[in-house]
Design a protein around this ligand. Structure first.
Ligand SMILES: Cc1ncc(COP(=O)(O)O)c(C=O)c1O
Length: 376
C-alpha cells in the first residue's frame, strides 16, 4: 500500500529543542530574549515601523480593532471567505462585520464588491491575502484615501509575501500574522502585529500589555499602572523560542515551499481540458506560497476529487465555510455572494509543506492528471 501523503506537516528541525531548552534553562518564560529577538527579526524582514509578537493572528486583529476605536454603529467590510477571527475581532467591539465577495481567479477580496458596500458607517476594510497571494492593494489604498477608512491586512497566510515591492502587512495601517502550526512558520500558536502608522505605536504597547504602561518603566517611572483597555495579547517565551528557531531558517523553509508550488504549477498548467482552474497569483507580487489550490466547477466534482485522492492515500482539504452562510454569520448578511459560494463549493487544497518529498509531489500530480481523465 502506498504511504499516506499528509495534507500538512509543520516544519521542525533539531534547532527547535536547542532554543526551547535555553528558555527552560534560563527560567524566563515571559517578556524574554526570544520574544524581543523575533520582533526585531520580523520588523527587519518586512521593513515595518513596529512589530509585536502576539499570542496569535486573532489577537493581532483584535488589537487593531481596539486601536481604531471601533464601536457600536461602525461597520467593517471584509471577505465572507475567511476564518472566523477576522469577523470576531469586529464583533467583540460591538461593531458589525459586512461581508463582501471575492474574485473567482484568486479568492481575494473583490474591489468592486467592497466599493458597493461602503457607506457612512464604514470605518475600516480588512483584506485577507488568501493563500499567501496579495490582494490588489493599490485599489484598496485608493478606497482608504477616498473615504478616509482604516485598512487592515489579515496576513495569516502571507508572511513575507509582497505587493509589488512592499511586504504584505506593511501597506495598510496594520498587518496581522499567524504562526499557528498550520502556517508556513510555526510557533505552536503564535502571531504578530505590524503597525505602520507611528501614531498608534504608544497605545498599542499599552493594549498589548493588559492595558498597563509596563512597557514604559524606566529611570523615571518606577511602577506601572492601568491606563487603557487591553488584554494578554503578547506571546509567551516558549512559542517565541520555537518561532525564532524557524525564523532563522526562513530561507530554507520558503525555498522548499516555493519549489513545490512551482512544480505543481508547471505540471498542472500543462494538463489539457482541465476539469478545474488553478487559484492564481499575479506574478508581479511575490507569493508566500502558503496554499496551492484548485477550483472545480461544482461541489460534486470537488468531492469526487477528494475521494479519489483519499483512495490513493493523499489528503486534500477544502475550506472555508463562508461566514455569510454560517449559522452565526447569517445574522449579519442577507446578500448572495456568487463567487464566494462558487469557491466554497469548488476549492480544494493540495499538500504543500517543506518535508514533502519529490516522489510524493509527483504522486500528487499524477493523481490530479488521472482524475482529470476520468469519466465522471
Ligand atoms: C484568514 C485567517 N485569519 C486569521 C486566522 C487566525 O489565525 P490564528 O490561529 O493565528 O489566530 C486564520 C487561521 O487560520 C486565518 O486563516
Amino acid at each position: 500500500m502506498a504511504k499516506k501523503i499528509e495534507f500538512n506537516k509543520p516544519f521542525t528541525s533539531n534547532n527547535d529543542s536547542k532554543y526551547i531548552n535555553i528558555v527552560l534553562k534560563n527560567k524566563k518564560f515571559a517578556d524574554g530574549y526570544f520574544q524581543k529577538k523575533c520582533e526585531q527579526i520580523i520588523k527587519t524582514k518586512i521593513n515595518s515601523k513596529f512589530v509585536a509578537l502576539t499570542q496569535n493572528c486573532t489577537s493581532a486583529l483584535e488589537i487593531s480593532m481596539i486601536l481604531i476605536n471601533l464601536q457600536k454603529g461602525d461597520e467593517v467590510i471584509m471577505p465572507s471567505y475567511t476564518f472566523t477571527s477576522t469577523a470576531n475581532a469586529v464583533l467583540l467591539r460591538g461593531a458589525k462585520p459586512v461581508f463582501a465577495d471575492v474574485n473567482l481567479y484568486d479568492a481575494n477580496l473583490s474591489y468592486q464588491s467592497v466599493k458597493k458596500k461602503i457607506n457612512k458607517k464604514t470605518k475600516a476594510i480588512i483584506v485577507v491575502h488568501y493563500a499567501g497571494n496579495s490582494c490588489d492593494m493599490s485599489r484598496f489604498l485608493e478606497l482608504k484615501k477616498k473615504y478616509n477608512l482604516f485598512l487592515i491586512e489579515d496576513c495569516a497566510h502571507s508572511f513575507m509575501g509582497k505587493y509589488k515591492n512592499s511586504h504584505l502587512g506593511t501597506i495598510g495601517d496594520f498587518g496581522a500574522f499567524s504562526f499557528h502550526e498550520t502556517k508556513n512558520l510555526v510557533g505552536g500558536q503564535c502571531g504578530a502585529i505590524s503597525i505602520n502608522n507611528h501614531n498608534f505605536i504608544k497605545r498599542a504597547k499599552i493594549i498589548l500589555d493588559k492595558g498597563t504602561d509596563r512597557a514604559f518603566i524606566g529611570n523615571k517611572k518606577r511602577y506601572y499602572s492601568w491606563k487603557d483597555i487591553g488584554s494578554e495579547f503578547r506571546s509567551a517565551e516558549l512559542p517565541a523560542a520555537l518561532l525564532y528557531s524557524q525564523l532563522i531558517k526562513f530561507n530554507e523553509i520558503n525555498k522548499k515551499r516555493e519549489n513545490i508550488y512551482k512544480i505543481y504549477k508547471k505540471n498542472i498548467d500543462l494538463i489539457e481540458n482541465k476539469k478545474f482552474d488553478v487559484i492564481k497569483n499575479d506574478p508581479k507580487n511575490k507569493s508566500a506560497y502558503h496554499v496551492f489550490a484548485l477550483l472545480f466547477k461544482n461541489i460534486k466534482i470537488r468531492e469526487k476529487f477528494i475521494y479519489h485522492m483519499k483512495k490513493k492515500h493523499i489528503s486534500c482539504f477544502f475550506h472555508y465555510y463562508p461566514l455569510h452562510i454560517s449559522s452565526f454569520g447569517k445574522k449579519f448578511s442577507r446578500t448572495n455572494m456568487k463567487n464566494t459560494n462558487r469557491i466554497y463549493n469548488g476549492l480544494v487544497r493540495l499538500p504543500i509543506y517543506p518535508s514533502l518529498k519529490k516522489t510524493e509531489i509527483i504522486r500528487v500530480i499524477k493523481e490530479v492528471e488521472r482524475f482529470n481523465l476520468m469519466k465522471i
